[in-house]
Design a protein around this ligand. Structure first.
Ligand code: FAD
Length: 444
């Protein structure tokens, strides 16, 4: 069959069923559009199948394993042996299947038509979907959403071979902890993998190409992550431009992702890359782009929010994407979380002064660092290191969205004893009247 043969007219066509695409599909369908979603693998995309979910499951598994050892001096019985990774892999697959099944059933009940296959443009308003080895279908759309995600950036030091030298997703599937592992990269995925496998007993070296781990994060957070990774047993090397892959059983590359565009044949539709969509996620009147396929930090919650906005706009709502309060989190040692600006009126509270940190996980090296827009101004940034920082950052993002000041945070009752109290305490530091640390002049 060739372009021009029989084609199905569709209202909204979404290419890619990851967190960007499936959320856009559900929202557009909620608002009355008739939606067709094309996915070449499984809905849920990288995030559910090979990224966020399995990596957090591995991080949690490794953290529990490490904390049993950490509490040995407080009466915790010793572990009977090494981790059973084959059993872990079964649990990982079960969690992924549950979540993918959940998305499939949401799409079904929203009456989104899911087409399995790889899509490419064959005209301005027409795509061809390869639905089988010799089978294709054509669709003519009114509006199209590009949500095809990204591909891992390769490393000059050694090509991916799918076995020994792999991208991060493959490192979540091992049914044995390698004896030695080189992690190439310094982003959050590299840090999480390095710490998890070190906790599980591998000899791990991490080669970060930049001057520090997590180069996009606040410098204090990078330093905390580097200290924590080292304590977890990772041999951290920064400015490591020419590390040799030799001598390691496995090598994982995490150097970021680049938009997956080639297979789409954008030229056939007159669409130009790279994509920098407007606040409504449009790159053209009837063409939207969301998630990792667009310029910006590749994150599932960013993709989902962009999917919501695109779905709203497709449904006739006046919605706009705003990335000012975009959290980023790292599930390592310690947990790291950041949102918003790094510079302004800065107040810092050490977890060493927090009851919860003393009794749990000996987390006293952590801190909460809040950034306000001048003295008395609203919160504009927050940088947290310590247990549950990855959850606590949501309060900070909400506070930024709501324009909350230090006074607002300090007057909000936070349950005791919790890690969340660090926000209240840091706000009191900003106001110059902390109770649990000595008042100090704040940095400006
Ligand atoms: P994707 O999830 O990549 O989905 C794109 C979909 O499009 C895929 O299902 C693909 O099969 C499909 N597709 C591509 N081309 C075509 C085509 N031509 N036709 C049909 N279908 C097509 N993010 C976080 O926010 N938090 C985390 O903790 C986190 N952890 C991660 C851990 C790892 C190891 C990795 C690798 C990533 C992690 N991420 C995390 C990143 C996150 O997974 C991505 O940012 C997110 O999945 C992007 O969503 P998306 O919808 O833009 O693209």
């Amino acid at each position: 069959m060739v372009a021009g043969d029989q084609s199905d007219p569709v209202d909204v066509l979404i290419i890619g069923g990851g967190p960007g695409g499936y959320v856009a599909a559900l929202r557009a369908a909620q608002l009355g559009r008739s939606v067709t979603l094309v996915e070449r693998k499984r809905v849920g995309g990288l995030c559910l199948n090979e990224g966020c979910i399995p990596s957090k499951q591995l991080a949690r598994f490794a953290a529990v394993f490490a904390s049993v050892k950490a509490f040995a001096g407080e009466g915790m019985p010793a572990l009977a042996g090494p981790p059973d990774m084959a059993a872990f892999q079964k649990a990982r697959a079960a969690a992924v299947n549950t979540l993918v099944g959940g998305v499939e059933s949401l799409l079904k009940s929203a009456k989104v038509t899911v087409v399995s296959g790889e899509a490419r443009f064959v005209g301005r308003t027409r795509v061809c979907v390869q639905t089988g080895e010799d089978a294709v279908r054509f669709f003519d759309f009114k509006d199209v959403v590009l949500a095809t995600g990204g591909d891992p950036i390769p490393w000059a030091g050694a090509p991916f071979d799918g076995e020994r030298v792999v991208e991060a997703s493959r490192a979540l599937e091992w049914d044995r902890v390698p004896e030695s592992l080189l992690v190439v990269g310094g982003d959050y995925i590299a840090v999480e993998l390095a710490v998890a496998y070190a906790r599980l007993g591998a000899r791990v070296a991490m080669a970060a190409p930049g001057e520090r781990m997590l180069p996009a994060f606040d410098t204090d957070l990078s330093a905390a992550a580097q200290r924590g990774a080292t304590q977890a047993g990772v041999d951290v090397r920064v400015n490591a431009q020419s590390e040799s892959p030799d001598g390691y059983e496995r090598v994982v590359i995490s150097l970021g992702r680049e938009p997956r565009l080639t297979a789409l044949d954008l030229g056939a539709a007159g669409i130009r890359a790279p994509f920098s969509p407007d606040a409504q996620m449009r790159i053209d009147r009837h063409v939207f782009a969301i998630g990792d396929v667009t310029a910006g930090v590749p994150l599932a919650h960013r993709a989902m929010m962009q999917g919501r906005v695109a779905g709203d706009v497709l449904g006739g709502k006046n919605s706009a994407f705003d990335s000012r309060a975009m959290p980023q989190v790292v599930f390592a040692e310690p947990e790291i979380a950041t949102v918003g600006a790094g510079e302004g009126h800065v107040a810092r509270f050490p977890l060493a002064a927090l009851g919860r940190a003393i009794i749990e996980a000996k987390a006293t090296a952590g801190f909460a660092k809040l950034v306000f827009d001048g003295e008395g101004g609203p919160l504009i940034g927050a940088h947290l290191a310590g247990p549950r920082a990855t959850d606590l950052i949501a309060e900070m993002a909400l506070a930024i969205e709501m324009g909350a000041t230090a006074e607002d945070l300090a007057l909000t009752v936070h349950a005791h004893p919790t890690f969340a109290e660090a926000a209240l305490e840091a706000a009191e530091v900003a106001l110059g009247r902390p109770i649990h640390v000595r008042p100090k002049p704040v940095a400006r």
